[in-house]
Design a binder for this molecule. Structure first.
Ligand SMILES: Nc1nc2c(ncn2[C@@H]2O[C@H](COP(=O)(O)OP(=O)(O)OP(=O)(O)O)[C@@H](O)[C@H]2O)c(=O)[nH]1
Ligand SMILES: [Mg+2]
Length: 336
């Protein structure tokens, strides 16, 4: 397919630069294609996007935000409210909804609601659902690649995932800001303490505040539990615990302000750049491991050695580095 259409990557890069919806869809399909013959084209496309971003006025022009939380906590509803609120900014919004299963499709629900809210298609909101069930924990490469495509077009990129512990760890470094949506009275705090990942979210929001005092109580619990992990100072971001109601559109403006404040904090202190670099390495290792297996990685000294190499300063994008390392692994295998 690639051989028959050598101009495909160039055409997609042009289409994305023009913000064409057809090009966005096709690019997302390409970077999510698991067939090996499409892999090189996907990496070349991503490399082209990264180079273009690097040559722009600001390398940090977009903002990737993860929305996580238990099933039914109201992630899609809150996202819908955020999108309505951000609409007026006209900066463009891309959304990746990682569906936990085919039965409960938050992404489809969100899509339906956006159609209901009207005008979303024309006004620069783009939604893509990804099935999580056949990913076997491998969120990093598909999410990073899709987010790279969307953030080449849109200022805001939201990624909705169902949080059950492991997925927060996976997604935390793939986004600039991680928002955890808690259910009133659902024992989220306890679950979090057990999983030992309370420190991952940058912002907590107890949704469904319209249901009464139990939301306020959950907020208090979360706050005191977070207090145990030590107070923030000028350098460390102290995760706020907010109250909101997606249903009543309460607390949405405050949530947006905190999300923006977290990005500004990370930009000023350098944490944002560090985090993006970690996310890139996670992407690269997962992508190489999926293609070549542990056996292939061992040819270049194993995953840790490759990660160290990727952490070192490099010319060019992470996608170019993945292509190059892949070629080296292939050469080693051929030579063996
Ligand atoms: N009372 C109340 N109900 C809400 C609120 N936000 C969401 N809900 C309801 O909670 C249910 C789940 O909402 P979703 O937005 O689909 O939740 P989700 O976290 O995206 O769910 P999954 O994607 O399936 O994990 C729906 O019935 C919503 O109508 C809120 O602020 N108040
Ligand atoms: Mg949902």
């Amino acid at each position: 397919m690639t051989a028959r259409d050598p101009q495909r990557v160039t055409r997609l890069l042009e289409g994305l630069a023009a913000g064409e919806r057809g090009a966005i869809s096709e690019a997302l399909n390409l970077v999510d294609d698991r067939r090996s013959e499409e892999r090189e084209a996907a990496l070349r496309l991503l490399d082209g996007l990264a180079q273009r971003a690097g040559s722009g006025a600001s390398p940090h022009v977009h903002h990737r935000v993860g929305i996580t939380g238990a099933p039914g906590a109201g992630k899609s509803s809150l996202l819908n409210a955020l999108v309505e609120n951000l609409h007026s900014e006209a900066a463009g919004i891309g959304i990746i909804a990682v569906d936990p299963s085919s039965q409960r499709s938050g992404g489809a629900l969100l899509g339906d609601r956006m159609r209901l809210s009207g005008g979303a298609r024309e006004s620069g909101v783009f939604l893509r659902s990804m099935a999580a069930r056949d990913r076997l924990g491998g969120l990093a490469d598909a999410t990073h690649a899709s987010a790279t495509v969307l953030s080449s077009v849109f200022h805001w990129v939201f990624i909705e995932t169902v949080g059950v512990g492991q997925s927060e760890c996976e997604v935390a470094d793939l986004v600039d800001t991680l928002v955890f949506v808690a259910q009133p009275g659902a024992g989220d705090t306890l679950q979090f303490m057990k999983a030992g990942i309370l420190e991952l979210p940058d912002i907590f929001v107890v949704n469904k505040s319209d249901t009464g005092p139990v939301a306020e109580r959950t907020r208090g619990e979360l706050r005191s539990t977070l207090g145990l992990t030590g107070p923030g100072d000028g350098e460390n971001w102290q995760a706020p615990v907010l109250l909101a109601s997606a249903q009543d559109r309460h607390g949405i403006g405050d949530l947006i302000e905190r999300i923006a404040a977290h990005r500004d904090h990370g930009l000023a202190g350098g944490q944002l750049a560090e985090r993006r670099a970690r996310g890139q390495v996670a992407f690269a290792i997962e992508s190489l491991a999926r293609r070549y297996g542990d056996f292939g990685l061992a040819r270049l000294g194993g995953a840790q050695a490759i990660a160290r190499r990727l952490e070192a300063p490099r010319e060019g994008s992470i996608f170019g580095a993945v292509l190059e390392i892949g070629q080296q692994i292939e050469a080693e295998i051929r030579g063996a």
